[in-house]
Design a protein around this ligand. Structure first.
Ligand SMILES: [Zn+2]
Length: 486
């Protein structure tokens, strides 16, 4: 079946870069684009009007955790009254043995919500950088049912983290457990890479640079290489991690990963905020950005998440000019990749004190082409003959938006995930008129909300200090909750 999307602002790929065509068209057959650019005169089985809309390649979101309720992820990160687990310092960890894994139906509810929430907001390729464990066949079925494109797999590490009764973060090493988890990832890749009609692909997930021993990182990279799969780890994400790596190896996380052969073109690193380029590191030796550029690894930049913690990359522009491949991710809620374009752009400007930094072009490239390099995909993040039909129609002409001359600038300056009107993945329309086509949205949301409520209700039982959610993240105003039945 041949579908023509016509009448909108089409972002087409010319082989070297994106170009925008007013009243352009995109034509696709099955899961592949056959034309992108100017008007198309040929016959069509179906015509979709994109009048007043941007027709964009789907965005690649390099930082999605399908453990929507795991750890302290939904506790709004940095609004917490807890310096030591403020996330730019370290992450929260439970008292040992006190945090029970959520029931299987809660895991499924959260996974579905996270996938669809990201999709609804403009993400067509989800990079799952670590979520709740277990039921990987169910995970693959979910990807199949929902129609989303996902790179993921079981995360592995051999140092689990706990708090003791005084709130001290401890790392407990168990090499055998790490090996078993890596084996789980290897098995996942063997069995499920290419499942869901090719939309599920294996990604190796070495959880965090400091929660994996050097030997596990090496083994993980070897296993990823053997399967021809990409690998991810969090690095330069918080100050405790940065210092722990310095302490253990007398090197920065980036230098250490480069020296053990972990960094190459197939490697994605989450955050990479604390490097030799960041003032808080106060580390005057070497040049991490040059190392990243030379190895060709990709930085998954999550601007809003870090802005909430009163910080950012130093800086988007500096990384770019050093030749580092930058991609965008959301990490925190909302998983609104459209808004991340604006955060990346604005923070680049304020960080450098230079309004020429963080150009619209560069942040749009980061959200599309940036994610393709470590995936080794030249058929994603662009609209051209042969590319996957992963397409967004984003509403630009409405009273809530501004007047504009350039639709890309309008998108970056004023767009949000809620402006996403249509989402097509692999040629299938998954969102239409801003609503899911395959699922009952209200049902997905209600189940996830229930799972989250249950999780929040249990926080005090695993926190070292017994604090509940309202003490850790107080409401903005005194909040009078409804009493059940009252
Ligand atoms: Zn993360």
């Amino acid at each position: 079946m041949r579908t023509v999307i016509e009448g909108g602002w089409v972002v087409a790929w010319n082989g070297r870069g994106h170009e925008v065509h007013e009243q352009g068209s995109v034509v696709f057959e099955g899961d592949r684009v056959v034309h992108a650019g100017g008007p198309h005169a040929g016959p069509a089985d179906r015509r979709i009007s994109a009048r007043g809309k941007l027709v964009s390649p789907g965005f690649i979101n390099t930082h999605v955790h399908t453990a929507g309720n795991g750890g302290d992820y939904l506790l709004l990160d940095m609004a917490k009254n807890d310096y030591r687990t403020a996330n730019y310092m370290a992450f929260a960890a439970p008292l040992k043995g006190k945090m029970a894994p959520p029931p299987a139906e809660a895991v499924a509810a959260i996974r579905a919500f996270v996938f669809l929430h990201a999709l609804r907001n403009g993400t067509t390729t989800i990079i799952d950088v670590g979520g709740l464990r277990g039921d990987w066949d169910g995970y693959a079925r979910l990807v199949d049912d929902l129609g989303v494109r996902v790179y993921g797999g079981p995360p592995f590490r051999d140092r689990d983290t706990y708090m003791d009764a005084q709130g001290r973060l401890t790392y407990e090493e168990d090499v055998a457990v790490g090996r078993a988890r890596l084996q789980e990832a290897v098995d996942f890749g063997r069995k499920l890479d290419g499942a869901a009609g090719g939309r599920l692909r294996a990604l190796f997930n070495a959880a965090q640079v400091e929660t994996c021993t050097e030997s596990l990182l090496r083994a993980g990279k070897d296993a990823a290489r053997a399967q021809g799969a990409p690998i991810h780890t969090h690095a330069g994400g918080n100050l405790v991690e940065f210092q722990r790596i310095i302490e253990e190896y007398r090197k920065t996380p980036v230098r250490f990963l480069a020296d053990i052969g972990f960094l190459d073109e197939r490697t994605l690193l989450g955050h990479v905020v604390f490097t030799t380029a960041h003032g808080w590191s106060r580390y005057p030796f070497g040049d991490d950005l040059a190392v990243l550029a030379e190895r060709g690894s990709t930085v998954g930049h999550c601007p809003y998440k870090y802005a909430k913690m009163a910080m950012t990359l130093r800086s988007f522009q500096r990384y770019l000019e050093a030749g580092v491949t930058l991609a965008l991710g959301t990490d925190t809620f909302p998983l609104d990749i459209v808004s991340e374009l604006r955060w990346a752009s604005i923070l680049a400007k304020t960080t450098d004190g230079n309004y020429q930094a963080g150009q619209h072009r560069d942040v749009f490239n980061a959200a599309t082409l940036g994610g393709c390099r470590f995936l080794h995909r030249d058929d994603l993040g662009r609209l051209a003959p042969g590319a996957k039909a992963d397409i967004l129609l984003i509403d630009l002409d409405h009273l809530g938006a501004g007047m504009y001359a350039d639709p890309i600038k309008a998108l970056v300056d004023a767009g949000s995930g809620r402006d996403v009107h249509t989402v097509i993945v692999d040629g299938k329309t998954l969102v239409q008129d801003g609503r899911l086509t395959r699922m009952d949205e209200a049902g997905v949301y209600a189940k996830a909300r229930e799972a989250t409520r249950h999780y929040w209700g249990n926080v005090a039982s695993w926190r070292w200090d017994g604090a509940g959610v309202e003490r850790i993240v107080p409401p903005a105003f005194p909040l009078h909750r409804a009493t059940p039945g009252g």
